[in-house]
Design a protein around this ligand. Sequence first.
Ligand code: NIG
Ligand code: FE
Length: 412
Amino acid sequence: MITLLTNIKELLQVRETSISKVSGSEMAVLPSIKNAFLILKGNLIADFGEMKNLPEIKADKVIDATGRIVLPAWCDSHTHIVYAGNREQEFVDRINGLSYEEIANRGGGILNSALKLNTASEEEIYEQSKLRLEEVMHLGTGAVEIKSGYGLTTEGELKMLRVIKKLAENYPIAIKATFLGAHAFPLHYKENKAGYIDEIITKMLPEITKHKLADYIDVFCETGYFSVEETEKIMEAGIQYGLIPKIHVNQFNSIGGIQAGIKFKALSVDHLEVMNPEDIEALKGTETMPVALPSCSYFLSIPYTPAREIIKAGLPLALATDFNPGSTPSGNMNFVVATACIKMKMTPEEAINAATINGAYAMGLSETHGSITKGKKANLILTKPVSSYYQIPYAFGSNLIESIFLEGEILA
Ligand code: NIG
Ligand code: FE
């Protein structure tokens, strides 16, 4: 099947040769071709260029994209899409004055979701989660990372990871799975933290790797959750089982999680709402991708990741949703891009780079996703008629997507 898109107003994020990520001042550059054509062959990008150089070609389908922009589908490198039920009551409790921390301390928060997860059947969880996955695909996401972490028991964590695997098998979107058994301490281990870490290392990890259920290992490194020492122990064990670390750090406190992640060559360190100068310094010269989650800051009214300082330091930055029932019940990457521009003062070019190629890097997919490059997956967003790509963050509440291509096919 050959699809030809013609008269594209602007084809964004064109990279002739494959790059893995963009950093620092490079982030302000978003290469594009105006008045372009794009040829898709099967599930891949086959060719592109200016309309005046359009080759003679017999296409099965021709789409006239006059007035419309084409860009790579969003790469959302941090989500918790698989969960049961919701936490709407806690949302109202927070409106009435309780903090995220206070809710967690009285047994709500992650433990509330764990209770719901463990009492729901695998089929129920799949049915609920697939609706969220379908929703984000229609919002333009073409690759996504999904974490476990609401089981907090061996069976619960395995159940979540099996649901992620089944989603990956049934949907035309790249899915990476992350094991987040170390998301919180379950109630029955409250007085025996070492016991829970032991269960993660000696029971969960061997089962997960035996069934090839995860690519990455995550830990919520935070005051009241997992200390730096515990985080290091869990990352080390995960690495022994072939999992690469990708960790939650610096959401509420800067306690040394970034340095721990770097020490264990984490692919990404995510959240980063609270950063001190040493944290930024530590990231320089490393291969670890900093990841910001602005929808979480928005929903919890906590600080935004200091994108300007990170970029000024020459570092890369990726943007992701953090879609989860507690801190970010939204998987809308368009909102993330807009919020990064509006609240974090990222330019549209920086935000689009952060949500495509750098997002792909943060889930090990930059060879196949995140840019318009020959041989990469034909996962694309075709916008409605727009004045320029600035409109994507500018018109922050509008749906500017006309159609989505995944694996070369239009999403129905
Ligand atoms: O990334 N911070 C830790 N984990 C999630 C929230 C989990 C929850 O509240 O359910 C996050 O924000
Ligand atoms: Fe998260």
